[in-house]
Design a protein around this ligand. Structure first.
Ligand SMILES: *Cc1c(COP(=O)(O)O)cnc(C)c1O
Length: 361
């Protein structure tokens, strides 16, 4: 099957093999060696010297973790949203009683640093900024470096949902001053869903010490304390650790910059092919994502039957649009284990499906 959704993503054979490893004692020395190695590997791709915690859960779980570990009820937060995942971050914080001001950017557009600066200057009581690096619902990447600059100039805590970008798109955690950066195993990491990652800066730890939201399963201090002994506080998704160890070795071998460059080439190929077919891309071309491409279906064509035809007749799976654009847009994931050939296969099949759907008209 040609699985081209923005997570879960396909698994290389070496990773699939590692996933079959017999269980081990998660409080034993072998596990301690594995968690040590993968933590170092993840830090390399997060481009950070900060603490890097591996939690068992999905991306949304680590978003919740970021909130409960750094914030208090009534605390003022600016939540920058350019789509569904940005909306999710804002609504999660609000449900925890955080005082959320939302900077809402129209779908398909990125947030500009000036707009973030203005929103922060309008309310000096804001302590923290939540922002999505790569908005998977619209295939749009925020200019995080410039956004981070205005946030750090004002001394705020910066929490970044990098779930569909870290490891695939350049995100310089330390250089840009991102305090908490999140990712999830099933996106660019070539492993199944089950693990989520958070990098935590010294400033974030200071906030953590004062944060009053209740936290149990997600408590960062427990995760850090156990990691010092090569363990996790609760039973982790051990199998995903086996897969991740192999996947990170493969990624190290390919090289960080090479991986980013490959994602750039693959995304460009995907967009070029879509435009050649006469499809209208969803994202502002200046901020189009290198991990997911979203486009509108041709006028009057519903996304669902097109996706079903692709799956039934070409064994190719792509994602529907999200939210208000479910019926009128489609998304192709190109992150993790992917090259130009995979995209050509996908786009060749899509072209055939579209031409037949048009003929039936
Ligand atoms: C996938 C994704 C999430 C949610 O992750 P789950 O693993 O589905 O909980 C959050 N944010 C972004 C940007 C994502 O791509």
């Amino acid at each position: 099957m040609n699985l081209r959704i923005p997570g879960p993503t396909p698994l290389p054979p070496e990773v699939r093999e590692a996933l079959q490893t017999q269980m081990i004692n998660h409080r034993g020395r072998v596990f301690g060696q594995i968690i040590g190695e993968v933590t170092e590997g993840l830090k390399h791709f997060f481009q950070t010297e900060n603490d890097l915690l591996i939690l068992t859960g999905s991306g949304t779980g680590v978003m919740e973790a970021a909130i409960v570990n750094t914030l208090s009820p009534g605390e003022k937060v600016l939540s920058v949203s350019i789509g569904n995942f940005g909306d999710r971050f804002a609504s999660m914080a609000a449900k925890f009683g955080v005082d959320v001001t939302k900077l809402q950017i129209p779908a398909g557009h990125a947030a500009q640093a000036d707009a973030v600066a203005q929103a922060l200057d309008a309310d000096p009581g804001i302590t923290t900024v939540l922002v999505t690096h790569n908005e998977t619902s619209t295939g749009t990447t925020n200019p995080l470096e410039s956004i981070a600059r205005v946030v750090k100039q004002r001394g705020k805590l910066l929490i970044v949902d990098g779930i569909s970008s870290v490891g695939s798109i350049d995100l310089k955690t330390d250089e840009w001053g991102c305090d908490v950066v999140l990712s999830g195993s099933q996106k660019g990491w070539m492993v199944p869903p089950g693990l989520a990652f958070a990098s935590v800066s010294p400033f974030a730890w200071e906030r953590h010490a004062q944060a009053k939201l209740p936290r149990v399963y997600w408590d960062f201090s427990d995760a850090k304390r156990y990691l010092e002994h090569g363990e996790t506080p609760w039973t982790p998704a051990v199998s995903i650790f086996f897969g991740l160890q192999v996947a990170l070795r493969m990624m190290r071998e390919e090289g960080r910059e090479e991986i980013f460059a490959r994602h750039g080439r693959v995304a460009q190929r995907c967009r070029d092919r879509a435009v050649e077919m006469g499809l209208k891309l969803f994202a502002d071309p200046h901020h189009a994502s290198n991990t997911v491409t979203a486009f509108y279906t041709p006028e009057g064509m519903d996304s669902r039957p097109l996706a079903n035809m692709l799956e039934d007749e070409y064994d190719t799976v792509i994602a529907l649009g999200q939210g208000a654009y479910t019926n009128t847009s489609l998304r192709i994931g190109h992150l993790g284990w992917v090259d130009e050939h995979d995209i050509d296969l996908t786009m060749d099949s899509l072209e055939k499906v579209l031409s037949r759907a048009t003929a039936k008209g």
